[in-house]
Design a protein. Sequence first.
Length: 253
Amino acid sequence: MRKKIAAANWKMNCTLQQGEQLLDGILGANIELKAHQQAIFAVPFPYLTMATAKLNGRKGYSIAAQNVYNKKSGAYTGEVSAEMLQSIQVPYCLVGHSERREYFSESNQMLAEKIDLLLANGITPIFCCGEPLSIREAGTQNSFVAKQLEESLFHLSAEVVATIVIAYEPIWAIGTGKTATADQAQEIHAYLRSVLAGKYGQAVADQIPVLYGGSVKGSNAKELFSCPDVDGGLVGGASLNAEEFATIISSLP
Ligand code: PEP
């Protein structure tokens, strides 16, 4: 069975103490995860070791970094390398969140470099893709997201691509309270999987979890996650509330 994942993206939120409290609240719900289920917390860099300690090896619970630099090492003041993340046992890292693409001009090519460095260090990329509102309104979202996959992922071998996670996040639904309907999510997730199948074959495409992101909440998670090609969610705002995120984790099929 494909992995089903509830991934929290804290973005640039929480003090250390608030972050500790938030994790305590979620872990306090004592949700036991099945072998195919995962809860992942993409926390700010300074909290990665705290979050690892809090999760304390609990089955199915992991941390993620929110970003990594696209160079191996050197004179890049303020940046964090994949090797650094690997040295503190970070298992996952977000790549290409739309906020990074927009505010930090991250190109598909730059993201391909980040993905290669993460994989070389044994870290699983959670590759984010998704279209802006203008593209959705023009009805060209499929070719837009297919190009994102092609330019950032299609240099990978089938064996390697089968190990990554993809998050489809329509930009018009991020932080707006506007969620894609379950039908809209299923339609484009199935399309993304068909693009992966076209390049790598159906068996590989069937192994890759494709998460939905964009105003996922406790109240809509179950419906979205029940779509056959939606393998969980990447959650911003609602992941900052312990009760909400616990409900989202519990909604994983
Ligand atoms: C996100 O930032 O990845 C996200 C989906 O945010 P939100 O859930 O707040 O829309």
